[in-house]
Design a protein around this ligand. Structure first.
Ligand code: ARG
Length: 229
């Protein structure tokens, strides 16, 4: 006892948006994944349990969900950006990412130029959607609410290609060889865990846990579990 109470009722609530395999996705009755394991470490250091709140990514990345008190932290494979920094505070980076292009393996599409006049699926509110709007002007962008819908759209030929983070797309093509990741756009993104602006007590705990798991090997174990060696 005696410590500052960082979260209430023995629970740390996590805003996230499913599905985003392997970072957060449903497996049977449970939500599992890389981010879930990382926040479980934060929860364990706080002596509480993690509870997942599944909401639209748009309301997570805008800071709206955190500011409305819907959750204590946001962990959603979410890239740290300058705009988002204005609406929440971010932990130290915990994962590196780039944007990647998902296409049918036999499509011959392998660059932004190849997408001229074609339909490109983007996920609502994401850095991939922003990247495509700014850098792939020749494509017609088609917006999907979540990653699952985007993947299905590419798989069923509703669209010609899709853009999203490399981690999720590479994971998907490993099980779906009829699709391929033919290009990565080196955006140099880094994922962070968000807290309400000014909640430095919780942010310090998040950063302390991230540092601990990097040092004691837990981060590597979690990485290997979800991405292989
Ligand atoms: N990293 C990208 C971004 O921050 C995509 C994240 C999408 N995450 C999710 N759980 N749906 O915009």
């Amino acid at each position: 006892g005696g410590g500052v109470e960082l979260v209430s009722d023995g629970v740390i609530t996590t805003c996230t948006h499913l599905p985003y395999e392997p970072f957060q996705f449903q497996e049977g009755d449970e939500v599992v994944g890389f981010d879930v394991d990382v926040v479980d470490e934060i929860a364990s250091d706080l002596g509480v349990e993690q509870e997942i709140v599944n909401i639209p990514f748009e309301t997570i990345q805008s800071g709206e969900a955190l500011n409305a008190g819907q959750c204590d932290v946001a962990a959603a494979g979410m890239t740290i950006t300058d705009v988002r920094e204005e609406n929440m505070d971010f932990s130290t980076p915990y994962f590196d990412a780039t944007q990647a292009l998902l296409v049918p393996a036999d499509s011959g599409i392998s660059s932004a130029e190849d997408l001229d006049g074609l339909q490109l699926a983007v996920q609502s509110g994401t850095t991939g959607a922003d990247y495509a709007a700014e850098n792939i002007p020749g494509a017609e962008l088609v917006t999907y609410e979540d990653l699952g819908l985007l993947l299905t759209a590419v798989q069923t030929g509703q669209v010609d290609a899709g853009i999203n983070d490399n981690g999720v797309l590479l994971d998907f093509v490993a099980d779906n060889p009829e699709l391929a990741v033919t290009t990565e756009f080196d955006t140099g993104e880094q994922y962070g865990i968000g807290v309400r602006t000014g909640n430095t007590a919780l942010l310090d705990q998040v950063d302390t846990t991230l540092e601990r798991i990097r040092e004691d090997g837990t981060y590597d174990e979690i990485y290997t579990e979800w991405f292989g060696s």
